[in-house]
Ligand binder design. Structure first.
Ligand SMILES: NC(=O)c1ccc[n+]([C@@H]2O[C@H](COP(=O)([O-])OP(=O)(O)OC[C@H]3O[C@@H](n4cnc5c(N)ncnc54)[C@H](OP(=O)(O)O)[C@@H]3O)[C@@H](O)[C@H]2O)c1
Length: 373
């Protein structure tokens, strides 16, 4: 009896402590928007102080970042949007759990960046002021200046524009590292589902450069686009379900995850690989997103018992990979598809467009001198 009572009271104490901790964590979760301090070195930036739709984005003055130790300060010339930027501002319990219970802890937005080195921290050895660079930003690339560790940057080839360079990092690395998971050999048949977004347009071109025979799945208005970037065959998903065809593939690079494990297995060769890259861009929201994530992990688990493989991966910053992609761009073997370029103060409009999930290739945000006014 005594033990039971001890257990009961222990459970009650743990629950009370947990509720108290959540309550305190919620109310102390704040961000720099709440502290009104005089700015010493102001710069224009996009930031979000609350979770919500793209409407929560603000274009305002913030403190210019300082490059300490191994950090590089970049004068941003161009940035591009990725699915992660759209996911991070969303008001979902998953985002709140990891990025701030009540308000987002970090208020800067944007990962991909291209620009000119303005200053470097004392431990930086590979870059100097004036270098033209691109890579992945840590503080938010939708700003006049951004800082990032030197390991997340590479030199921009002189014959590619800042806009082209900014289109490359996350989408290009996701396509390259995902296709590598597929272990593509020349002559193999590769199907790319979701072939016309940021990741898909790079995946089609990289798969072609690896010698694959590429089938691209997209909507009607994008058929010519995927042909123009090298797809050998196209499937219009509004008219035909690719999992019902008699064709079989060595690799499926799946950006959308809108078919079941059994459906995708049916069109994979006996030792084929399905690379689970994404879940259809930013338009896949809430109720649609969670089942797709669960289905991807289930497919990954189930494939441990069969010869066909379903693989999940997370894109990593890799200097050699980014340099390799930059080399392909420099040599004209990879051509970024850019639907539209927006100015920094129109970034909200750009994110609205991205949120629809049907951009053709990449959306770029450029940072001009006149943003300073
Ligand atoms: N694994 C990782 O670490 C990693 C890293 C970065 C990104 N990702 C993921 O990669 C995915 C793609 O990102 P993105 O930047 O390329 O997004 P995006 O630019 O918004 O592209 C989304 C694509 O999905 C296509 N699509 C939408 N519904 C479709 C359907 N029913 N059937 C076939 N295609 C459909 C769209 O084509 P239409 O316009 O023709 O419909 C578009 O090509 C996202 O889910 C993202 O989360 C994963």
């Amino acid at each position: 009896m005594k033990i039971r009572r001890v257990i009961r009271w222990s459970v009650v104490a743990i629950l009370v402590a947990l509720i108290g901790w959540i309550f305190i964590a919620y109310w102390t979760s704040t961000n720099d928007c709440d502290h009104k301090i005089a700015l010493v070195n102001p710069m224009k930036a996009i930031r979000y102080c609350e979770y919500g739709s793209p409407d929560v984005l603000r274009f305002e003055d913030v403190e210019k970042p300082v490059p300490t130790e191994h950090l590089v300060l970049i004068k941003v010339r161009a940035a591009s949007l990725n699915a992660i930027d759209a996911y991070l501002i969303r008001d979902t319990w998953l985002v709140r759990l990891f990025f701030g219970l009540r308000k987002p802890k970090k208020t800067g937005l944007g990962r991909d960046v291209a620009g000119q080195v303005e200053a470097v921290g004392k431990d930086v050895t590979q870059f100097k002021p004036g270098d033209e660079v691109f890579g992945i930003s840590r503080t938010g690339s939708l700003a006049e200046y951004a800082v990032t560790p030197e390991r997340a940057l590479v030199i921009k080839p002189p014959n590619i524009s800042f806009e082209q360079a900014a289109s490359l990092p996350l989408a290009g690395l996701t396509a390259l590292q995902g296709l590598r998971q597929g272990n593509i050999q020349p002559g193999q048949k590769v199907l790319i589902n979701g072939a016309t977004g940021g990741v898909g347009t790079f995946a089609v071109q990289i798969a072609k450069s690896l010698g694959a025979e590429v089938t691209a799945v997209c909507s009607t208005r994008n058929l010519d686009l995927v042909r123009s970037i090298g797809a050998d065959h196209v499937i219009d998903y509004t008219k035909e379900d690719f999992t019902k065809s008699d064709q079989h593939y060595d690799v499926i690079f799946d950006n959308v995850a809108n078919h079941s494990f059994a459906e995708r297995r049916r069109i994979l060769n006996p030792k084929g690989i399905c690379v689970l890259a994404g879940m259809g861009g930013a338009k896949t929201k809430g109720r649609e997103a969670i089942p797709r994530i669960i289905a991807n992990f289930t497919a990954r688990g189930l494939s441990s018992f069969i010869d066909q493989k379903f693989v999940i991966y997370v894109t990593r910053m890799s200097k050699p990979d980014l340099e390799m992609l930059a080399g392909l761009l420099e040599a004209g073997k990879l051509k970024p598809v850019i639907e539209q370029t927006y100015r920094l103060n129109d970034a909200r409009e750009a994110l609205r467009r991205f949120d629809q999930g049907h951009a053709q290739g990449k959306l770029i945000v450029t940072v001009e001198q006149d943003n300073k006014s």
